[in-house]
Ligand binder design. Structure first.
Ligand code: ATP
Length: 645
């Protein structure tokens, strides 16, 4: 069954509000605006129109229209026209174009000079021929360019600085207050203050044994004297082990909530960076901060990211050294604080078998709490917790829901409740009923219905017989999980689906495995039986069958030829190894045995369906008519199913 898990529910988000701008944002705006205005503020370019020396001489100087000349910074000459001449059509057209006050007052024109000496020589020569009254005075002025040039030199640096600050700020937001350029070596643990810890044992359902174990920790955090008085030592570290979504984080939060202590939460992977030494320094920083806030709980999720057995995976993992030094630092820190100092480290992992033995020895994470997928009674309780705030219709039966969700984790159940509420709201109903819950379960198991998917009548025929094959075979095989319903409505990626009700068993017999292979192959067998050829529709089934057959031969020792041997490696050591734990010949034998197992199962299924061909066709016709066929309909066709005690 495909499952998804809703994770991190109720996690605190502390991203800044989108409307609040940081001071740096405004500073950046100010600086960018400054960039546009600065040139005009320090502008030493004279007002007026640029002209050439020749134009100046013939149109202005020779006509006696020049009032005065100012040489600026020995580079440019600005020309002021006499007031009475300004209305001259020659100048008037420029005046109209630049009809502002500064132009009226002058300077009206300007031109550049090569050097002051050549300008003075030219002026002397030009003025010689002019009458005394038309001769012009020359003044000199110098403006300092130092300030604007310093500013324009500084601007790129200032802008870069602002950009850097903004980027590093953004980085720390992404990590949820995590690493920034400034605090690489700082731990990026999220702190939930004791007033904010709202999760209590009330919110955790079906984990009674685990709850019992952690209650002692709550007691210690609340009144440590009770324990220290008699010389008892409280465990420093506790490892919560269990499949994803079974409530490890929830339980850790509940401990903090019950004990009313601060809760530092960090993921194991957050320690590891590509830079050497960062992980170790983050561990140091985390414990330093935690010790300042005692009593408190430090929760390290996915501890296997750093706590993996040293030396394992050394072939492939280049970052091994960094991970090892992070782990070493964690070990040192855990040794370094007093047993009764008030810092309790809770860690969670899905794979305790991969952890380094040094991490698990007494004095470190010496207490292990195993969380399993919930059983039917526990699922009922989890449903109750998540239904607390839902508006339920009277037809909702929690017992039935719990019985229809074997193999679901607490997170899946939380997801079902939310999905059912969403379906209800979408449908415009005001109470969540039984149908919405079933629809939510189906959606989570098999994906969203895709009624709009175009399927040709011939394809529909094949799909109906394929699904009918699964239904008939699983009805007749005693060891296969009971069938719930089959459907030919496309969902997610599949074109049809069969729902079973897995029974909660801890061990399965060899016949249960073999019959399961048969039931999975029944879709393809039915196609061959009815149409004389097989289709690509059995891809998913074949993948499952192949994996299962290899597991049977390689791990469970079900093959007579290979014998009672298992190549399963619970230590995880062989995971990254290049070598197979068996010889080339054994490998060949395994392949042969797997092929034989599958072909025998296929033949057996074909014979089974052949002897019930009429029933197979009848179920397929029912499917084509109704699109969904329930177990009651199949019972009518095939009679009551023989159940194993
Ligand atoms: P992972 O290993 O993937 O980190 P986890 O075991 O830490 O998963 P949690 O994050 O604790 O799982 O669980 C996710 C959500 O599932 C919880 O927030 C809660 O809503 C729900 N949940 C899981 N287990 C339980 C439970 N026993 N009782 C009530 N709710 C549960």
């Amino acid at each position: 069954m495909g499952k998804i898990s809703s994770r991190d529910q109720g996690k605190k988000t502390d991203s800044p509000s989108p409307t609040r701008k940081s001071p740096f944002f405004w500073l950046a705006i100010f600086m960018i605006a400054g960039l546009f205005f600065l040139p005009s503020l320090f502008n030493t370019t004279p007002t007026g129109k640029e002209i050439s020396w020749q134009q100046f001489k013939t149109n202005m100087l020779d006509r006696g229209a020049v009032e005065k000349l100012i040489v600026v910074n020995n580079e440019r000459v600005t020309v002021f026209i006499k007031k009475e001449k300004i209305n001259d059509p020659l100048f008037n057209k420029d005046l109209k174009k630049n009809f502002d006050k500064s132009f009226k007052e002058g300077p009206h024109y300007w031109f550049s000079i090569g050097s002051i000496e050549s300008f003075e020589d030219k002026m002397e020569a030009a003025q010689k021929s002019l009458p005394e009254s038309q001769r012009v005075e020359i003044a000199y002025e110098r403006y300092s360019n130092t300030f604007p040039s310093i500013i324009s030199l500084l601007i790129p640096f200032i802008l870069l600085f602002i950009l850097w600050r903004m980027l590093s700020g953004r980085m720390s937001n992404i990590g949820g207050g995590g690493p920034s350029i400034f605090n690489f070596g700082k731990s990026n643990a999220r702190l939930i203050e004791k007033e904010e810890t709202v999760v209590t044992f009330e919110d955790v359902a079906g984990l009674e044994e685990a709850e019992m174990e952690v209650k002692e920790i709550v007691e210690f955090l609340k009144s440590p004297e009770k324990f220290t008085k008699v010389g008892a030592k409280i465990p420093k570290g506790i490892i919560l082990v269990g499949p994803p979504g079974t409530g490890k984080t929830l339980l850790a939060k509940a401990v903090a909530g019950e004990a009313q202590v601060p809760f530092f939460s960090i993921s194991g992977s957050a320690f590891v960076e590509m830079f050497v030494g960062v992980g170790a320094s983050r561990v140091r920083d985390l414990f330093k901060t935690a010790k300042e806030r005692t009593p408190c709980i430090v929760f390290i999720d996915e501890i296997d990211a750093i706590g993996r057995s040293r030396g394992k995976g050394a072939y492939l993992s280049g970052s091994n050294d960094e991970r090892e030094s992070t782990l070493n630092q964690l070990l040192t820190e855990m040794d370094g604080f007093d047993t009764n100092s008030g810092v309790i480290v809770l860690a969670a992992t899905n794979r305790a078998d991969l952890l380094d033995p040094a991490l698990l020895r007494p004095g470190r994470f010496d207490r292990h709490i195993y969380l399993e997928l919930p059983n039917i009674r526990e699922r009922e309780e989890i449903f109750k917790v998540h239904m607390r705030n839902l508006l339920l219709d009277s037809d909702v039966d929690i017992k039935i829901l719990a019985s229809q969700t074997p193999g679901f984790s607490g997170a899946d159940i939380a997801n079902i409740c939310n999905e059912a509420a969403l379906i209800t709201a979408r449908g415009g109903k005001d109470k969540i009923g039984k149908t919405e819950f079933f629809e939510a379960i189906d959606r989570i198991v098999a994906g969203l219905e895709k009624k709009s998917k175009i399927i040709s009548p011939q394809e529909k025929l094949i799909i109906a017989h394929h699904e009918a094959g699964h239904a008939v075979a699983s009805w007749l095989l005693k060891h296969v999980d009971p069938l719930l319903k089959i459907s030919i409505i496309p969902r997610g990626k599949s074109l049809g689906a069969a729902w079973y009700l897995p029974e909660e068993k801890s061990i399965r017999s060899q016949s249960a495995f073999t019959e399961h292979l048969c039931a999975t192959l029944a879709g393809r067998a039915a196609e061959e039986l009815i149409f004389g050829e097989v289709s690509s529709g059995a891809l998913d089934d074949l993948e499952k069958v192949t994996k299962e057959a290899y597991t049977m031969v390689v791990y469970y020792g079900f093959s007579k030829k290979i014998g009672h041997v298992s190549f399963y490696d619970s230590t995880g050591l062989a995971q990254n190894g290049f070598m197979k734990p068996y010889s080339e010949e054994t490998g060949k034998m395994i392949d042969e045995e797997v092929r034989l197992l599958i072909s025998e199962s296929y033949e057996k299924t074909k014979q089974l369906l052949l002897s019930h061909k009429a029933a197979l066709i009848q179920v397929a016709e029912l499917l084509l008519k109704n699109e969904i066929v329930y177990r009651e309909d199949i019972e009518k066709v095939l009679g009551k199913r023989e159940v194993l005690e």
